[in-house]
Design a protein around this ligand. Sequence first.
Ligand SMILES: *Cc1c(COP(=O)(O)O)cnc(C)c1O
Ligand SMILES: [Zn+2]
Length: 421
Amino acid sequence: MEKNDGFMKALRCRECGREYPLNATHVCEFDFGPLEVVYDYERIKHCLTKSVIHGRPETMWRYRELLPIAHEPTVGFQVGYTPLVKADRLARQLGIRELWIKNDTVNYPTLSFKDRVVSVALSRAKELGFSTVACASTGNLANSVSANAAAVGLKAYVFIPADLEEGKIVNSLIYGANVIGIRGHYDEVNRLCAEIAGKFGWAFVNVNMRPYYAEGSKSMGFEILEQLGWRIPHHTVVCMASGSLLTKIHKSYQEFIKLGLVPDAKYRIHGAQASGCAPISTAHKAGMDFFKPVKPNTIAKSLAIGTPADGFYALRVLKETGGSGDDATDDEIREGMKLLAECEGIFAETAGGVTVGVAKKLIASGKIPANDSAVLCITGHGLKTLDAVVGHVGRTREIKPSLREFESLLNAENHSELLSR
Ligand SMILES: *Cc1c(COP(=O)(O)O)cnc(C)c1O
Ligand SMILES: [Zn+2]
């Protein structure tokens, strides 16, 4: 009783159920199963009511009892509560009645949903006494670790595949983080980081801190339910890298049901991947419980994980909720990015193009029925992945600073009706 773990009870193995103390550790010693945070829901039920939530600042921390920290957060006070946008114009394009965009392209401070997981992992790392933090990343995680570490004076080492987009690399370097480019795919970066984590006493947010880190993703789901007016959408489409976000959206819905914050209702969670790296959605389509690792080759570099750590559990969520898995080609990804930008004024990165591209297929095939409601999780900002769309978005028409030239341009483009006003 004297030890204060907040509302956390233990870390528990997802395979055998053995419990572990709430340290910086992530696998079961007996079967190497992943560890997950267990909470005291009875106590939480008394503390976390709708009116308590309403009375708190509009950040992800308004659900702090369901996040894995023992005390008040110390990193990332402003993170979360991003807009849930009613996307009527996109809905008309895709042929669905009710469509929403959960817009994490404007998350604080580094414009992706990773700010959620990082503020949790670093707050917990500080509670556990770490002074150096690190991660294996496909780009956005490195950005968020670099920025959030800088903001609270933690030392940061971030490991990335060396061939990432310039935008993702610069967005880590600017904060003074140690950026290590590995010549190889993410899976090789990750394997190296597991070795480093075992040897150095650092808090690797997605290795030894993974049980805490992953819980941060739930806040995206909590916000969706609250912003929808305390109800669960029929369909939620989530893009998948390791598959962690998708499993945690499911967990967030389950927790709100368990706490009585939303009515129990049937919902489906759908998983979206890039065709050039689709181990999870391919396995789901084939009716398999396990995925086959792949070598990634896609413009959606944030999602390029060929051996997804939570792939097995993501498959289980798709199956349990009756969701679908599908993939989008590079061209479909760009088309999805443009569609979202042109219909809703939201510039998402390639991962967002994957989500929109797959949602379009699922609606067209009736897997998401036209009369249902759907939420698309848009996870990162397009300014970081300019490389993917340069040369695919039309061109600037250049003229001299002269009214005459402008008028002849309109004439040449058959917009002469504009001239008569
Ligand atoms: C990391 C990331 C994801 C998904 O990550 P998971 O490993 O599946 O949790 C989705 N979109 C973007 C932009 C990301 O950076
Ligand atoms: Zn175990």
